[in-house]
Design a binder for this molecule. Structure first.
Ligand code: PEP
Length: 252
């Protein structure tokens, strides 16, 4: 089964609205491989505008970087799935390591956010990954599979038919340090094996698994050519149209 090739941008808390519009306009002016699905995960304030800007494009989608696990109500400062859908957002990042670390989002909470995204029809980009201490201790595979097992505990294969996973070793995010293609492949193959055992071969074969962590134009092609790497979640290098377009065009 051939899986989607995805290049997802995580702009994090960067760009004002006008800067974000200009960045997207610049990106779309590049010659982008039409076989790659591009997802722009932008700040909340940009989402409606960027969704309108890309409405007519089949292969460019807009994603949020977080959302509430609740439906609606007295949750000051939160943003619901319905609010995202109403402005044309189709994807949502769940469990980015910065949310886990700075906002103390647990595997259980992320399972609730995943439930909300699935029930509402948003495509979840579910992040997992280990810190440097865990990598050095050699327990990285167990750590990541435990994250997934905990968050996915209540789900069926059917529930997760739109799931996208992003493996992001924390030691490689924003550090300039990239996992080697072999390190990415080792983990992503282990994740796929877990998906086969837990959800069956069809679901595992259909689920895109992205790599994230200092993806750049000069390393993207080698990483994306690994059999279990279906694309990237890209932070820093997505903030320049030239570098992100080169990454989008790095699938062989
Ligand atoms: C990220 O934010 O998910 C990320 C991978 O960042 P960077 O590409 O800058 O390491």
């Amino acid at each position: 089964m051939s899986r989607k090739k995805i290049a997802a941008a995580n702009w994090k808390m960067n760009t004002t609205l006008s800067e974000g519009q200009a960045l997207l306009t610049d990106l779309l002016a590049h010659d982008l491989d039409q076989g790659t699905d591009v997802v722009i995960c932008a700040p909340f304030t940009h989402l409606a505008t960027l969704a309108a800007q890309t409405e007519s494009l089949d292969n460019v989608s807009i994603g949020a970087q977080n959302m509430s696990q609740h439906d609606k109500g007295a949750y000051t400062g939160e943003t619901s799935a319905d609010m995202l859908l109403a402005v044309g957002v189709s994807h949502v990042v769940i469990g980015h390591s910065e949310r886990r670390e700075y906002f103390h989002e647990s595997d259980e909470l992320l399972g609730q956010k995943l439930r909300q995204a699935i029930d509402k029809g948003l495509v979840p980009i579910f992040c997992c990954g280990e810190g440097l201490d865990i990598r050095k201790a050699g327990t990285h595979v167990d750590h990541v599979i435990t994250q997934l097992k905990t968050s996915f505990a209540s789900f069926t294969a059917e529930d997760l038919s739109t799931l996208v996973i992003a493996y992001e070793p924390i030691w490689a995010i924003g550090t300039g340090e990239t996992a080697t293609p072999a390190q990415a492949q080792e983990m992503q193959a282990a994740i796929r094996t877990y998906l086969v055992e837990r959800f069956g071969a069809d679901m595992a074969a259909a689920t895109p698994i992205l790599y994230g962590g200092s993806v750049k134009p000069d390393n993207a092609q080698e990483i994306f050519s690994q059999p279990d790497v279906d694309g990237g979640l890209v932070g820093g290098a997505s903030l320049k149209a030239d570098s992100f377009s080169a990454i989008i065009n790095s699938f062989s």
